[in-house]
Write a protein that binds this ligand. Structure first.
Ligand code: RIB
Ligand code: CA
Length: 320
């Protein structure tokens, strides 16, 4: 049984919300103690509404949700503009491009449950303190909340059971610049700080593994045919792109991390590598590099998966 904190930059459905939905379907395998929201895909207030809505939809609104860091440690819209002017486009800037207006979630109504008081960073600290060596920290967005918690309480790092994150790219190109993946690019300094702590075990689900599992229209069509509240949200969020281009595919990055927490046998290949984060503002800002000669810490980099096993679980959990 995994006991986790789910740290997320949120999505309407794909992929943070779908990952959380998967986890809530299997409380026998994963106990989600709390959801902590960080800026990334969306600004925190909007992201929190997506996740509160999702929790209500799956009947898991007793799981508390905490608001976290509204901006990265160093990166900012102004810095991103400077990066683009000098070194070329960043294809997705998430919350940096979003408005401050908070729109109601799908259905037009805000969820009844509201964010818990206290904030994400105190919640992370208190939870690790309360369950020493038992907590798996799961980060599927930028690592700002985790970095702030471990900066405040470095003594807690060795008392985390393990840290599992979606982000980075080792043997493949980035997805927002040729060098960088979004979660790490949004807050490279946080990722660098977290990887430098005394966390006993770190597991990386980067683009190396997530690129292998695109969602195609045939599976999407089969899933939304289930016509449940959850698949109606899936259709609302992901349908327009498939309607515009039936050959389109979706990356469902965070869902692979969620699936592995439930069924570790989905991963078929990994490597232990020293991974460093590039924090020098330049064309490779936010890239993750396997640096054999560096003093970077060694982490487990997930590389490939059993597609049938993964998609079987994904489909079953999201349509049941
Ligand atoms: O690069 C993919 C990651 O960035 C996913 O976690 C996605 O949800 C966004 O946060
Ligand atoms: Ca995410």
């Amino acid at each position: 049984m995994e006991r986790i904190i789910f740290d997320t930059d949120s999505a309407v459905f794909n992929d943070d919300a779908a990952a959380l939905a998967m986890l809530t379907r299997r409380p026998d395998a994963v106990e989600t103690l709390g959801v902590t929201v960080v800026a990334g895909n969306y600004p925190v207030p909007q992201g929190a509404e997506h996740m509160l809505h999702l929790l209500e939809l799956v009947g898991a609104d007793t799981i508390p949700l905490y608001l976290g860091a509204h901006s990265p440690l160093v990166n900012s819209p102004a810095q991103a503009a400077r990066q683009e002017a000098r070194w070329g486009p960043v294809s997705f800037k998430g919350a940096f491009d979003a408005s401050d207006t908070v729109a109601p979630p799908h259905g037009g109504r805000f969820a009844t449950a509201r964010p818990a008081t206290g904030g994400a960073v105190p919640f992370i600290i208190e939870t690790i303190d309360r369950y020493p060596n038992e907590i798996t920290l799961v980060a599927v967005g930028p690592m700002t909340n985790i970095a702030l918690a471990l900066q405040q309480r470095p003594d807690l790092a060795p008392r985390v059971k393990r840290f599992v994150f979606m982000g980075g790219n080792v043997h493949v190109p980035g997805n927002v610049t040729p060098a960088a993946e979004f979660n790490i690019w949004f807050d490279p300094e946080a990722a660098h700080a977290v990887l430098a702590t005394a966390l006993p075990e770190v597991v990386m689900f980067g683009l190396d593994i997530t690129n292998h599992a695109p969602l195609h229209r045939s599976r999407f069509d089969r899933m939304v045919a289930a016509d449940t509240p959850l698949t109606r949200l899936m259709r609302h969020d992901m349908g327009p792109r498939f309607n515009a281009d039936p050959a389109a595919t979706y990356h469902i990055w965070d869902c692979i991390t969620a699936a592995w927490l439930i069924d570790p046998a989905i991963v078929t290949r990994s490597e232990h590598l020293p991974v460093a984060v590039d924090t020098a503002l330049g064309p490779t800002y936010g890239g993750t590099v396997a640096a054999a000669e560096s003093d970077a810490r060694t982490i487990e980099v997930m590389l490939d998966l059993d597609l049938e096993r993964f998609f079987g679980l994904y489909e079953e959990l999201l349509t049941s």
